[in-house]
Design a protein around this ligand. Sequence first.
Ligand code: GLA
Length: 385
Amino acid sequence: MSTRERVDEVASAFRERAGRAPDGVWWAPGRVNLIGEHTDYNDGFVLPFAIQRGTLAAVARRDDDRLRCWSREEGGPEEAELAEIGAARRDGWAAYPQGVAWALREAGVAVAGADVVVESDVPSGSGLSSSAALLCAVGIALAELNDGRLARSAIARAAQRAENVVVGVPSGIMDQTASMLAREQHALFLDTRTLDAEQVPLEVEDRELQLVVINTRASRRLAAGAYAERRAACEEAARVLGVPALRDATPADVDAAAGALGDVVYRRARHVVTENARVLEAVSALRERDFGRLAPLLEGSHRSLRDDYEVSSPALDAAVEGARTGGALAARMTGAGFGGCAVALAPADRVRDVEREVRAAFAAAALGEPEVFPVAPADGARRLA
Ligand code: GLA
């Protein structure tokens, strides 16, 4: 379906539910992280890109303070008075739009009531940031309808705040920033401490390469508790090392403190500091369009996440191994892990082989059917109509 057709569809879904036309239709994408995993809550470096899948939000302002939200997948309306939404957790999918309305108000935007209809084609819970897409689509819509001046990075921060405080998920800033700032044919090199961002060319077609996502479709049931546990281990490591965050430690610092850290915390910290170094190298490889140099960094990232950080899974490992057997230059899990997606970089003429070998690897390990699809670095959030 073309973008035009999807916009018309969500606008007519809005008319059916709200009984009037939307003021506009906005869009925000999901993301794939190329490299820099579990570094964003350590003040470290990340290198994500946005994908063509995301969330559409048709929105109209109201004259009162009510927020009425519908989701074409989840139903609705979910209604709330803006003044009732506070710094407390809320349940269900509507916590996302409600949370971002609250966080924008906290950021100084005079958010008025609104009717909101959202629709998404990011598989939820797949590690492609369906939640950031939802937060940012509604966030940019409410920000632009109420006060056009809020910077994109400030909308990303509000989206993160909504997720942390109202949804109750302790995520970092990577996903929301990628959704707001990404550019077509680029990866976003983000320093999560300073929020300095640089667009780094990721022009794979020029080299007859293709980025491929492998969605394991495996449940991420364990993810929430394990994510918080990893964060806590990183904080402990920083405390033992006497630094504000693991961003401030080198691999040599971590090695020198191995005894004091203890085996598990040592390996968690080693992942983070080596991953930060891999991101910096990956950025320099991409600036030179040197995919041969990028590939071993992606592979090293996966191994480190599997062995040191222990957030991979049998399905993610099968995806990575299958992709390599099929001719990919490199593959790695992407996102928080424990299921979700892997990303592969493959010669364009080997994409079919990659898909075949991944399916074979899944069948051999008695795993469910994966979903395999090409992706290209896309633009970030924007108004479409
Ligand atoms: C999730 C979080 C991000 C980041 C990744 C791991 O996607 O939302 O902030 O921590 O996991 O890199």
